[in-house]
Design a protein around this ligand. Structure first.
Ligand code: ZN
Ligand code: ZN
Length: 372
């Protein structure tokens, strides 16, 4: 699997490039199957090798048996070992990831490999990673299933007394209990008006302070991420909602209806060949028509895979065109400062003729209720 990916990368080298140095962790994993860190893949048309250190020798032998490995001596840095190896290989024009290499590392590479011409590149591996193969799609399906099992546990265990921090802790535990390696990012739990902050850090705010909360969470399975957002509404067991809470509920329901409709529009428009910016613009236009011109203050969605945010990006001015095999989130949101926000986020696999929603958790207003 990873050999085919390396071949495709080498075939995509721009004119004049004969080697590439890959150090971005997710890119190295994608191209080699290696799940550790601090290691670089060097590849050309004739040869590829990994430069790493003693901590990973064993793991490299197990995870990527077909690839040559150079373990640097403890007295040398990895960057120095790379320079030396490329100098010995008589490499000339070597591409590197412009967004990964620090200025200090670039200087050291120039010193240790003086005959190499270093060429900064962007997005070469990332553009291959956008189109998922069957194995990757299966890993994402699993990571979604894990996140959804964790969500069921979360809903079942809520007592109403928890703070946002307690709920974040609980979700992290449920994701692991449901079979995940971990969460794909620190979960967001925002109670009541705190949900007006799209990325609210958790506080001591209690669930019982408001009739609703926003939950944004995901799991990883074989390093692949899932990403979902749902609104949960309180239905206290022993009392009916106070008048104040009923008013909040009805205002929230109106907002929810608009966001859900915007999301459904986007989901229906997704298919290969559609411009990502157009999907985003249609939702934005609909919200504006409903009187919300500034309240949708982030992009509509992003690709998921080995990283929680990767291409293609569904946002204004995105140059991306959707392709079969992309897996993207669709997550419109409307945020009213002082009141709260609604975001609904699902994961979608792009096919030639439409989008397949991979997430199963209900988006129905009536099913967003948690009883405690
Ligand atoms: Zn999310
Ligand atoms: Zn997201």
């Amino acid at each position: 699997m990873s050999q085919g990916r390396r071949e495709r990368l080498v075939q995509s080298f721009p004119e004049g490039i004969d080697w590439m140095m890959v150090g971005h962790r997710a890119n190295v994993t994608y191209l080699t199957g290696f799940t550790g860190e601090a290691s670089y893949l060097l590849l050309s048309r004739q040869r590829s090798f990994i430069v790493s250190d003693g901590r990973f020798a064993e793991q490299l032998a197990t995870e990527c048996p077909g690839i040559e490995v150079i373990i640097r001596p403890p007295a040398m840095t990895t960057v120095e070992a790379i320079g030396q190896a490329l100098e010995q290989a008589k490499a000339r024009n070597v591409a590197f990831e412009a967004t990964q290499v620090t200025v200090a590392e670039a200087e050291r590479l120039r010193e240790t490999a003086p005959s190499v011409n270093w060429v900064p590149m962007r997005g070469l591996v990332e553009s291959l990673r956008r189109v998922k193969d069957a194995q990757e799609i299966e890993a994402i399906r699993q990571s979604i299933a894990i996140a959804e099992r964790a969500f069921d546990m979360f809903r079942a265990m809520i007592t109403g007394k928890e703070s946002e921090k307690d709920l974040v802790d609980a979700m992290e535990g449920y994701v692991r209990r449901a079979g995940g390696e971990g969460t794909s990012f620190p979960p967001i739990v925002a109670v009541g008006d705190r949900s007006a902050l799209p990325h609210a850090p958790p506080t001591e705010r209690r669930m019982s302070d408001s009739p609703f909360l926003l939950l944004d969470w995901g799991a990883t399975h074989r390093l692949y991420c899932s990403d979902l957002t749902r609104i949960l509404r309180a239905a206290p067991r022993n009392r009916s909602l106070s008048t104040a809470w009923s008013e909040i509920e009805s205002r929230l329901e109106k907002l929810y209806t608009v966001v859900l409709h915007g999301q459904q529009m986007a989901l229906r428009s997704i298919r290969a060949g559609v411009r990502a910016a157009e999907v985003d613009a249609a939702v934005r236009a609909y919200f504006e028509e409903q009187g919300y011109s500034k309240e949708f203050n982030h992009s509509l969605g992003h690709g998921i895979g080995l990283q929680i945010h990767e291409g293609p990006f569904l946002r204004p001015n995105s140059p991306d065109v959707l392709e079969a095999g992309n897996v993207v989130t669709v997550e419109p949101g409307l945020y009213l400062p002082g009141f709260g926000g609604v975001r609904i986020e699902d994961d979608v696999l792009v096919h030639a003729d439409g989008g397949e929603v991979l997430t199963r958790a209900s988006r129905d207003w009536s099913e967003a209720v948690v009883i405690w």
